[in-house]
Write a protein that binds this ligand. Structure first.
Ligand code: IYR
Length: 235
């Protein structure tokens, strides 16, 4: 076992702030390998889909996925995120209409430049966003650029993008693990989400997740993932 010259927490720190022993179950190497391989196989089967079924998804599953996402590490443990979960058809309709309006400008009026549109060509995305009404849930993840203290004054949040990005990844992972599909959708500029969902000025939409069961037989682009040696360097 390693020994530390400067143990954490220091006696001064643990006198000033509460600490508990971390409940960590040690895992042997073989079990870790089995778990690692089976989790990788599970996650390697995840795909973003662009057609969802209209089969309902219980609210409890969305709540649990949000709770899982909310276990993400965050700067100074501020948890600077708000998940807005929408099943109301009239709100989904408003979001679809506003998103398609932005996407028409992106795709048809070339707000996305030629290079960008060429990069998207193999995915075949366009300004039609029917899934925003068909999917049983839309979950909009907002980043909280600032928080609020008990007396109502502004509280600084740290590493907001990093924190919210990690929470987003964990949300996607949680959904896939329970058998649901999603798509990180960014109908930029997404300011309209703040207005439609009546969120405070201190929040910014980060990504919009339609959530549901994939439409049976849905097709996805035949993509390969980069091999390890293209995404990792070991020193
Ligand atoms: N927001 C648009 C464009 C888009 C951009 C990227 I980068 C994608 O990987 C996919 C789509 C849209 O959602 O259609």
């Amino acid at each position: 076992m390693a020994t530390y010259e400067h143990p954490y927490p220091s006696p001064e720190l643990s006198a000033a702030h509460p600490f508990v022993v971390h409940a960590h179950e040690p895992v042997d190497d073989n079990t870790m390998r089995d778990r690692a391989l089976s989790f990788h196989a599970l996650m390697d089967g995840r795909r973003s889909v662009r057609m969802f079924d209209d089969r309902p998804v219980p609210r409890e599953l969305i709540e649990t996925a949000i709770c899982t996402a909310s276990t993400a590490p965050s700067g100074a443990h501020m948890q600077p995120w708000t998940f807005v979960a929408i099943s109301a058809p009239n709100v989904k309709q408003q979001i679809r209409e506003a998103a398609e309006e932005e996407e028409r400008t992106n795709y048809l009026d070339n707000r996305m430049n030629e290079e960008w549109q060429a990069a998207l060509a193999p995915l075949g995305t366009d300004h039609h966003k029917e899934f925003l009404e068909v999917a049983p849930w839309l979950v909009v993840l907002f980043e909280q650029r600032f928080g609020e203290t008990d007396d109502g004054s502004k509280k600084t949040h740290y590493y907001v993008k990093e924190s919210v990005g990690i929470a987003a990844g964990m949300f996607v992972t949680a959904l896939h693990q329970m058998g649901l599909a999603t798509l990180p959708h960014t109908p930029s500029p997404m300011r309209f989400l703040q207005r439609v969902l009546d969120r405070p000025e201190t929040e910014r939409p980060f990504v919009l997740f339609p959530v549901g069961h994939p439409l049976p037989g849905v097709q996805v682009p035949d993509l390969a993932r980069k091999p390890l040696d293209e995404v990792a360097v070991f020193l």
